[in-house]
Design a protein around this ligand. Structure first.
Ligand SMILES: *Cc1c(COP(=O)(O)O)cnc(C)c1O
Length: 448
């Protein structure tokens, strides 16, 4: 291997990192990972860290998993990539069938892409063209404040995080925005409850009563606004939205990019609400965290609206060079097999309960302002003063400082602002969960 110091200098010289202030990055010491095993990451100095954020929310069964590795090398010996524009490949076919089998009933068609943002982009365009193909021109999308659907311009248009999205305002299409459910509930009712859910659904109904004939779709994340800092929805909210969208004949896009593949305790969060949206966007955990792949699932109703003679020009003029990539689909299939073989979801249940219990301990810490959890996804919000609800100044980077200190304890984290995110691989052991929680607890305590 190259001298670590040389690698560090080349990293700072040539590599522009995502969501990173490069001035600060270049002044700091950063982790450069070389290999990984299970939930452990190893850097170029051989130091070991627990991957407490599943390598940005996508790793599921651990790194360097023999079965997932094997799926890739087996496929690699056949072919790495062939185009799916008008032709097909074996892993993409098998994966589409398998996804339909495990998805909420009624989602019967799979459109592939490479990243979560593209899966959302595709849902936007499909929904928009669906109405055109049906002879209607509609143009309004309904979205939520604090939503995050990825960083391409369509996905940013549906987004509602001012810090990430504000700069591009003039480039975006207009949407009608409902309040972020969690923040609305907190402000008006202190906590998630049926009353706040009903208020929100009533607001949505008022909009639909007036504008449904112009509304293409409503888009929402599944059960929790993760990127906004782990803001859960009241239970039944998604179900209520589904009922209204059906009644007013508006499409529903549910973004399961973060929540899909077990993260909330079930394969998809939609199952917990008993709903089938018109579009379900998948990404992140779909390949177990191995390769970039995403998918937009939809219904026969939508699919059929795109059928016609060639000359009618009703088809979906959209695709990417690597759509349905053979290697990515092969490892995604293996990912689903491992869910069954290792009984991943069954084994996760006690871990979710354990996490809930242990999170309660964090209330003792005076800089903990809020604790939020959905399934195996959790966020601990740090504040300067809990009673006054006063945040730390943004420029202080308190969340990052806590994360950096956790590294000294062998735990790798990346916060969202001052929200400490816990998104551990589903396979993590109780022992390693303890290590993560203890490192985080002690570090937050040291702020006092
Ligand atoms: C991460 C994320 C996306 C974007 O996925 P990328 O693969 O980063 O483009 C979209 N929606 C949600 C809910 C996400 O968490």
């Amino acid at each position: 291997m190259l001298d670590p110091k040389v690698l560090e200098s080349w990293d700072k010289e040539y590599f522009w990192h995502p969501f990173t202030q490069m001035k600060v990055y270049r002044e700091e010491e950063n982790l450069i990972f070389e290999r990984a095993e299970g939930v452990y990451l190893y850097d170029i100095y051989g130091r070991k860290f627990i991957d407490a954020i599943s390598s940005l929310w996508c790793n599921v069964h651990g790194h360097n998993h023999p079965k997932l590795n094997q799926a890739i090398t087996d496929q690699l010996k056949k072919v790495a990539h062939t185009t799916t524009l008008g032709s097909s490949n074996i892993p993409a076919i098998l994966l589409a069938k398998r996804l339909v089998e495990i998805a909420p009933k009624g989602l019967t068609k799979v459109f592939y892409s490479e990243d979560g943002a593209e899966a959302v982009e595709i849902a936007i365009k499909l929904a928009y063209q669906y109405w055109i193909n049906k002879g209607k021109r509609k143009k309004i999308f309904i979205t939520l404040s604090e939503a995050y659907h990825g960083d391409t311009i369509g996905a940013v248009s549906l987004g509602g995080i001012e810090l990430f999205h504000g700069a591009y305002r003039d480039l975006l299409f207009n949407t009608i925005r409902l309040p972020s459910p969690y923040l609305y509930c907190k402000q008006n009712y202190q906590k998630l409850c049926d009353e706040c859910k009903n208020d929100l659904l009533q607001m949505l109904e008022e909009i639909l009563k007036d504008k449904a004939q112009d509304v293409v779709a409503i888009s929402l994340e599944a059960g929790i606004q993760a990127a906004a800092g782990m803001l859960p929805f009241p239970k039944g909210f998604l179900k209520g939205v589904r009922e209204l969208t059906k009644r007013y004949e508006v499409l529903m896009i549910v973004d399961e990019v973060a929540t899909g593949f077990g993260r909330t305790g079930s394969m998809f969060y939609c199952e917990q609400e008993g709903i089938t949206p018109d579009f379900m966007c998948l990404g992140k955990g779909i390949t177990g965290g191995y390769l970039p792949l995403a998918a937009t699932l939809t219904t026969d109703e939508v699919f059929d609206a795109f059928l016609g003679e060639f000359g009618e020009m009703k088809h979906f003029y959209h695709g990417h060079t690597y759509t349905g990539n053979n290697l990515a689909c092969a490892v995604a299939l293996a990912n689903l097999e491992v869910f069954e073989e290792e009984k991943t979801l069954e084994n996760l249940k006690p871990k979710i309960n354990y996490l809930s219990e242990r999170l309660q301990e964090f209330w003792e810490l005076k800089h903990v302002g809020d604790i939020r959890q959905l399934g195996f996804m959790a966020g601990i919000e740090l504040v300067k003063d809990r009673d006054r609800g006063e945040p730390f100044p943004y420029g202080d980077r308190t969340g990052f400082k806590v994360a950096y200190k956790c590294r000294e304890r062998g735990v790798f984290m990346r916060p969202l602002g001052d929200v400490m995110v816990l998104m551990m691989p589903l396979v993590i052991s109780f022992e390693d969960m303890d290590k993560v929680l203890e490192a985080l607890f002690d570090t937050i305590k040291s702020l006092e």
